[in-house]
Design a protein around this ligand. Structure first.
Ligand code: ADP
Length: 156
């Protein structure tokens, strides 16, 4: 089953929204297969946000991710990357559709609640960046048949 990375950003931790955001993914039917609290370093953030390295706000965005520890999560599901990204909404919280996570909890371009992997290939790289292999748990929830028809999945 596909896996994707979600980081609950410092704004989410400090605003006491950890449970609420995790609850949204659980309610949707995504399966939590990895989770931990980490205080990110400038080094790992430089790698993670390398695509922004030429932007004037690069350092500011990295610093905002180190205000306090974050929660990194791995969610599994059929088409998990796309399902999570759609739930996340566009980058700018002010433009994100109500009903999306950013559209419901954010009014900022930077303080936009979560990071979510944007493609299957990116998710694989990002999961390796933030998790050791033994921190991801490939268990099969007993309720899987309530989430999917049998021909929709081939095991977790
Ligand atoms: P996304 O998180 O939606 O995939 P990007 O990868 O483009 O978006 O940017 C990574 C993060 O950098 C964003 O989530 C946001 O926190 C921050 N960011 C992006 N663009 C800006 C900007 N113009 N001003 C401030 N912060 C920004």
């Amino acid at each position: 089953m596909e896996k994707t990375l979600v980081i609950l950003k410092p704004c989410t931790v400090e605003r006491g929204l950890i449970g609420e955001i995790i609850n949204r993914f659980e309610k949707r039917g995504l399966i939590l297969v990895g989770a931990k609290m980490v205080w990110l370093t400038d080094e790992i953030l430089s790698e993670h946000y390398a695509h922004l390295s030429e932007k004037p706000f690069f350092q500011r965005v990295k610093d905002a991710m180190r205000v306090c520890p974050v929660i990194v999560c791995c969610w599994a599901g059929v088409d998990a990357v796309n399902v999570v990204r759609t739930m996340t909404g566009v980058t700018n919280g002010r433009q994100a559709q109500p009903g999306t996570i950013r559209g419901d909890y954010s009014v900022s371009m930077q303080e936009n609640i979560i990071h979510a992997s944007d493609a299957v290939e990116t998710a694989a790289v990002e999961l390796q960046r933030f998790f050791k292999a033994d921190e991801i748990f490939d268990y099969t929830p007993t309720l899987l048949s309530n989430l999917y028809a049998k021909d929709e999945y081939s095991g977790i």
